[in-house]
Write a protein that binds this ligand. Structure first.
Ligand code: ADP
Length: 136
């Protein structure tokens, strides 16, 4: 049983994320802290010039609302976090910051069953300091 579980969720594939949220509820010790995390990829400066102002902020806000809805639907208390940056670096940073003892991550996006691990999952598995449950 784990005390602090980080569940990184790709908002483009929420169904897989929700399944991992259920797993987190089962793997957590009594009183465990469960954190749902999405990383919104930074918009490079050269691209941001042509985009409406405040797009990144709006994306962070709507993602936060989506994660809160997933947490509420689980029927358990869960924290939500939305960060901007590169997905795998940020997942590893948050895991360290929150002292996670387990990360639950999907192996890859749906439909890519031939790949052993997706790019984010592979880097998280390789570099995490804690246990990682890779869900296929
Ligand atoms: P693929 O390379 O097939 O897209 P990934 O390794 O990127 O696969 O994704 C696998 C899992 O990594 C996702 O289901 C999710 O758990 C996590 N993940 C990927 N991108 C993000 C992100 N931006 N924020 C949070 N978690 C992510």
């Amino acid at each position: 049983m784990y005390k602090t579980i980080l569940v990184p969720i790709d908002m483009a594939h929420v169904a897989a994320g929700k399944a991992n949220v259920h797993l987190a509820a089962r793997y957590g010790a009594e009183g465990a802290k469960i954190i749902l995390l999405n990383v919104v990829e930074d918009i490079p400066n050269w691209a941001a010039i042509d985009l409406p102002a405040g797009l990144l902020e709006k994306s962070v806000e709507s993602t936060q609302a989506e994660l809160k809805a997933i947490a509420e639907a689980s029927g358990m208390h869960m924290d939500v976090a939305v960060r901007t940056g590169h997905s795998y670096d940020t997942i590893l940073d948050v895991a360290k910051e929150k002292k996670a003892d387990l990360i639950i991550i999907a192996s890859h996006r749906p439909g890519l069953q031939d790949y052993f691990l997706g790019s984010t999952a592979a880097k998280v598995v390789r570099h995490a300091n804690c246990s990682v449950l890779v869900v296929r």
